[in-house]
Design a protein around this ligand. Sequence first.
Ligand SMILES: Cc1cc2nc3c(=O)[nH]c(=O)nc-3n(C[C@H](O)[C@H](O)[C@H](O)COP(=O)(O)OP(=O)(O)OC[C@H]3O[C@@H](n4cnc5c(N)ncnc54)[C@H](O)[C@@H]3O)c2cc1C
Length: 481
Amino acid sequence: MANYETQIVVIAGGPSGLSAAVQAAEDGAEVILLEKAAAVGGAANMGMGPLGIGTRYQKQQMIEISVEKAFNMFMEYTHYNVDARLVKRYFEQSAETIEWLEDMGVEFEGAYRYFPKSEATWHIVKTDQGIGPRAASFMNRALYARAQELGVKVLLETAARKIVMEEGKVAGVLGTDKDGNEIEIACKAAIICTGGAGCNKDFIKEETGYIHGVDMFNFAIPGIMGDGLKMAWEAGADHLPVRIEQAANIEGIDDLPGSVANVMGQPNLLVNTHGKRVMNEEHMQNTTFLSNVCSHQKDRVCFSLVDSSIVKYYMRNGVDHVCLVRPDPDVSDFAEGVKMAQENGNEGLFIADSIEELAEKAGIDVDTLADTVEEYNDFCDSVDEEFFKNKKYLRPLIKAPFYGARIRPGGYGTVGGIRINENCEACDKDFEPVTGLYAAGADACNIYDDSYMFLLPGNSMGFAVNTGRIAGMSAAEFVED
Ligand SMILES: Cc1cc2nc3c(=O)[nH]c(=O)nc-3n(C[C@H](O)[C@H](O)[C@H](O)COP(=O)(O)OP(=O)(O)OC[C@H]3O[C@@H](n4cnc5c(N)ncnc54)[C@H](O)[C@@H]3O)c2cc1C
C-alpha cells in the first residue's frame, strides 16, 4: 500500500473537483486530487459552458439579468423547495467565477440563451473551432493547468473507494491506483465531486425507477457510477433523493444525422401512444419540459410527427428553433438521413404513405391519431383551441410521405444525493456538518429536483464550478484552523 499525507483530498477531476482543488490551493492548502479516468474534465468535456449572472459579457451585450431577477425566477421555478442560501451564494459568486476562469486563460464567446424564452446566462467557452459541443473541455484544460501550477498533486487513473472516519471526523481517503494497488491518504478534509451515477443502470433503477436504455436514455459517461454518493452516505452524510437531470432525447440520437435530430426536435405535432396531443409543442425546445411530458405518458414515450410539406418548409426557410448544440441549420438531407438511420438499425423512426400507416408502424392508436391530425389541421386554419400553440408554428400534415420519431425521457446524468449547506459542507440527517467532509457538483446538486432549470442555462456546470470553489474555500479554511 502506498501512503500519502496532505491537508485536503479532492475526489474526482470534473469541473467541480478541479475548481475545488484550484480554489483550495489558491487559499494556501495542500491538495491531492484523485481522478478515476485517464483524463480530467468528466461529463463537462462534452458540454459547452457554465452559467454566469451579471457578467461583463451580459453588460456588453445589453442583456438585462441580475442576481435578484435570477434568484426570484429560480425560487418560483422550484416552488421554494430548495436551499435558498445555497442558491443565492452560487448565483452571487457566478460572475466573479467567470472572471476567475478568464484569469487562468479560459476565453468565452459570450453569454447565450438556450432558446428564445431562456435568459442569456450560458457562457460558452471559446475553442479553436467556433461554437459547438465539447467547448468546455477547453475550460477543464485551463483548470487542470492551473491546478498543476499551484502544486496540486493529481493522481490519474486512481479511484477513491472510501472515506476514513475517526471519532466522527474525516481522517483519510482510501483508493486504488492504475496498477490495482491500494493507496491511503491521511488528510483532514475530503471534497467529494464524482458527478453522480449516470453510468450505473442498477443504481439509477433503484434510486429513480427509470430503466436506462428502455424508458429513459441518459448520457452514460463511463466511470460515473455513484462512488461519491455511496462514500458520503457511508461517512454519515444524509441520503437525499437522486434524480435524473431531465432532458428529453430522440431515441438513438447519438447515431442520427444532424438534419433528422434537427427536424424531429422542432415544434411539430407531438402525440402519445393513444394518438392524443400532449402539450403546446412550442415548448418542446425546453427539453426538460419535454422530458417531463414524455415521462407522464404510457410507456414513457411520445412521437414527433411531420409530413413532407413541413420538411420542405424547414429546408426552404430554416428550422423554427435553432439549437447551438446542433448549430447546422441545413436539413436538406433529412429524407435520406431517416432512411440511412433505419438501415443502421434505428427502430424509433417511421416513414409511411398515410397517417394510418404511420400510426400502425409506430404503435399509435390508429383511429385516434387520424382524428387528432384532422383536428390539428383544422387548427392550422384557425387557432389552436386545444393547447394555444402560436399560429406561426401551426402547419398541417397533408402530404406523404409522413415521418415520425419516438421521443423519450433522457438526461445528462443524475443530480443530487448528498445534503450540503451553503458552505458545501456535507451534512447529516440532523443538518449538522460531517466534520471535514464537503461535496460539490452533480453529487450535491439538490437545487432543482429533476427539472433542470433551462430558463437559466449553464446551470448544471455553473453549479459544479461554483460549488467546487465554495467547497475548496470552506475546506481550506477548515484545515487552517
Ligand atoms: C452532453 C452533455 C452536455 C452538457 N452540456 C452542459 C453545458 O453546456 N452547460 C452546463 O451547465 N452543463 C452541461 N452538462 C452538464 C455538466 O457537464 C455537468 O453538470 C458537470 O460536468 C458536472 O460536473 P461534476 O464535476 O459534478 O461531475 P463530472 O463532470 O461528471 O465529473 C465527475 C468525475 O468524477 C470521476 N470519478 C467518478 N468516480 C470516481 C472515483 N471513485 N474516484 C475518482 N474519480 C471519480 C469521473 O471520472 C469524472 O471525471 C452537459 C452534460 C452532458 C452529458
